[in-house]
Design a protein around this ligand. Structure first.
Ligand SMILES: NC(=O)c1ccc[n+]([C@@H]2O[C@H](COP(=O)([O-])OP(=O)(O)OC[C@H]3O[C@@H](n4cnc5c(N)ncnc54)[C@H](O)[C@@H]3O)[C@@H](O)[C@H]2O)c1
Length: 269
């Protein structure tokens, strides 16, 4: 039975991916900041009928020691890590760089960029011993070099994640291991992330224009997770990008926007 470890998986995309992996008979290691949230997530996962196991471990991805311990926990529980996903992430306050607090700048870079780097570093050390495994990092706004007011720092981090992931894939391709490094591009998802900066520390007020764009391009994370996980399970290639919202799909969404009756900001799922 295979094992997946997902950082920041008590809610949002991480949790939805965990559900799909469980449905596909993977052992799942959930990890996040709060034990209370992890327990709730674990109980919900256990409601899904599966012969695989669910474990959880607290891990703050800004702490190197936590990441090392998460790797060790997964190995102790399940012997090997088949897929590791650096999913934990935070949004930034809707402010220009010069108005961001130094501590918040550090936090965003530590979670969104350094967290993915350290997660990859310690997961790959184990995978090298096994000569197999896959690591996926999550892209986001800025990964493709786009710029938007109020997202400059988040964009800097995600641009870094993209570069880092491609560089790591190149390093892996020079070894004799069957290790896969890939990027997941989830488009826009209607999660707490879009209205909360710094993991719930600050609210983000979405303008009517932004809500309109999200109604056209956005999706709930379960829909995106189904797609991403199915592709990850099938993937055998290094340096892949699994992309939920390629340009052609975004263009199609805009062309057919007149028929789109979705309003994520009224309805409750
Ligand atoms: N929501 C979107 O539109 C969107 C779009 C593109 C990319 N992403 C990326 O997808 C990933 C998941 O986002 P989401 O929308 O599910 O967000 P979310 O806020 O719903 O979930 C993020 C999770 O990360 C956890 N987390 C925060 N700081 C952490 C830390 N220091 N250590 C460990 N866990 C921590 C949170 O507790 C939370 O459970 C993130 O990397 C995000 O940047 C999101």
């Amino acid at each position: 039975m295979k094992t997946v470890v997902i950082t920041g998986s008590a809610r949002g995309l991480g949790f939805e991916m965990a559900k799909v992996f469980r449905k596909n008979h993977f052992n799942v290691v959930l990890s996040d900041l709060s034990e209370e949230n992890l327990l709730k997530a674990r109980d919900l996962l256990l409601e899904i009928n599966s012969d695989a196991k669910v474990s959880y471990h607290i891990c703050n991805v800004t702490k190197e020691e936590d990441i090392k311990q998460l790797v060790q926990f997964a190995i102790n529980e399940f012997n090997a890590i088949d897929i590791w996903i650096n999913n934990a992430g935070v949004n930034q306050p809707d402010l220009p760089i010069w108005e961001l607090e130094d501590n918040d700048i550090k936090l965003i870079l530590d979670i969104d960029l350094k967290g993915a780097i350290l997660g990859s570093k310690y997961a790959i050390k184990e995978m090298i011993k096994e000569k197999k495994g896959a690591i996926y990092n999550i892209e986001g706004y800025g990964s493709n070099d786009a710029k938007m007011l109020g997202l400059s720092l988040y964009g800097t981090a995600k641009r870094g994640v993209t570069y880092f992931t491609e560089a790591l894939a190149k390093e892996c391709s020079t070894t004799n291991n069957n290790i896969i490094i890939g990027k997941l591009s989830p488009g826009i998802m209607i999660t707490d992330f879009i209205t909360n900066a710094l993991a719930n520390k600050e609210k983000i007020e979405l303008s009517e224009k932004t809500k309109k764009v999200y109604n056209i391009l956005g999706d709930y994370p379960d829909v995106v997770a189904n797609y991403l996980v199915e592709k990850m399970i099938k993937n055998r290639k290094n340096n892949v990008k699994i992309n939920w919202l390629p340009n052609w799909k975004a263009a199609w969404r805009f062309m057919t926007a007149g028929f789109n009756k979705r309003d994520f900001f009224q309805e409750k799922k």
